[in-house]
Design a binder for this molecule. Structure first.
Ligand SMILES: [Mg+2]
Length: 377
């Protein structure tokens, strides 16, 4: 079997004027990503996602990948990551290179699964899970003046029993947002907060101590992702677990997060971290320091499906075998047709449980008409 075509498909969706949403660092009005479609000489098609703008993804693919990938056997998928470290030499830690590796790797696994007629999570090994616990990513900072509790109440009404909210815009605002979220969610739900790296360590410590009484499951990116000394300092000074990883790529960066338990939870994004092969390596590294793994997901339906397959395969060892913890998967609750409309059957997180697709490969079918609606080329 060999790959005969590699196509990049840039997708974009613009939010209406005045309806931007975001985090403590600012608002965004565009949802954009790039799909990679591989086709083989047997006619099998595989899909992956590179979470980078389309023009960059296309140029990177054409300059660095097409010549090697066309003609490759998709079963040689594990060679992609290794090749990215050696050829092109010195480019490997670029987010653009790793995003393309992610997309091609995931598309290869999709093809492998379809060829051997198994869902990808069964091929990745580890513990099998048929259901996951979705958490609502919500309570964004918005340009619109909406009641603070509205989005979290919507999530509760949809059946979510876990949620992550945006904070990081100042101590008073943090406490108020967390108080409202906890009140609406109730005492039994899991509550995570995301500071999007907007604080210096001292500010993050003050906020973490002020919100601790609301039982926080993790604080995400309390300081900028590059500030590893900040993570280490916070670890010594606060009692809430720290999570990071959405802005990290490849095993070498994740090793720095995992070493000496710099953070408690790593969050590889399957459209940036190097793909399913690299995510599996990261998950194994994490077991050596007893660090948790929970994928970061702010992607199209393709990146979401890859993350769900990965989450279903993450080993329990060593932290949850006898004291079960839910395998949480992030489910963005903001409007994004690239997540829902491009799948013929969108993944359904409502009701507090997410069924892992059992169809071969990523377990999804792409609605190619929908792709045409959001194509940006
Ligand atoms: Mg985040």
């Amino acid at each position: 079997m060999e790959i005969t075509h590699l196509e990049t498909i840039p997708l974009t969706h613009a939010l209406p004027e005045g309806q931007g949403l975001g985090d403590a660092r600012g608002f965004g009005r565009t949802r954009a990503t790039t799909l990679v479609r591989l086709e083989t000489d047997t006619g099998t098609v595989g899909w992956g996602e590179a979470f980078v703008p389309g023009s960059i993804a296309r140029a990177t693919a054409e300059e660095l990948f097409v010549d090697d990938v066309v003609g490759m056997d998709p079963f040689d998928v594990e060679s992609l990551a290794v090749d990215s470290y050696t050829d092109p030499y010195h480019f490997s830690e670029s987010v653009f290179v790793q995003s393309l590796v992610s997309a091609i790797d995931v598309a290869c696994w999709d093809i492998i699964g379809k060829t051997v007629e198994r869902p990808v999570h069964r091929l990745l090994g580890g513990t099998e899970r048929s259901t996951l616990r979705p958490y609502a990513s919500t309570m964004y900072f918005t340009e619109e003046d909406r009641p603070l509790e509205e989005p979290i109440r919507e999530a509760v009404d949809e059946g979510f029993t876990a949620a992550k909210i945006k904070i990081g815009a100042g101590l008073e605002s943090d406490v108020e947002r967390v108080r409202v979220a906890r009140e609406v969610l109730g005492d039994d739900a899991l509550l995570m907060v995301d500071m999007n790296g907007n604080y210096r360590p001292e500010q993050a410590v003050r906020s973490a101590r002020a919100i601790a009484e609301y039982d926080i499951n993790w604080i995400e990116e309390p300081v900028p992702p590059e500030n590893l000394t900040g993570y280490r300092e916070l670890k010594q000074r606060i009692d809430i677990p720290i999570a990071a990883g959405e802005a990290h790529y490849g095993r070498f960066e994740f090793k720095r997060l995992i070493d000496d338990r710099t953070v408690d939870i790593v969050q590889p994004n399957l459209a940036r971290c190097g793909g399913l092969s690299e995510a599996r390596t990261i998950a194994k590294l994490a077991t050596t320091e007893n660090v948790g793994v929970r994928p970061h997901i702010w992607n199209s339906g393709v990146g979401l499906a890859a993350a769900v397959q990965f989450a279903a395969s993450i080993p329990d060892y060593p932290h949850t075998r006898n004291v079960p913890e839910p395998m949480l998967v992030e489910f963005d609750r903001s409007e994004n047709p690239l997540r829902n409309e491009i799948l013929e059957t969108p993944l359904d997180p409502t009701g507090g449980s997410l069924d892992v697709p059992q169809a071969p490969g990523l377990g999804i079918s792409i609605d190619e008409d929908a792709l045409e609606r959001y194509r940006a080329d």
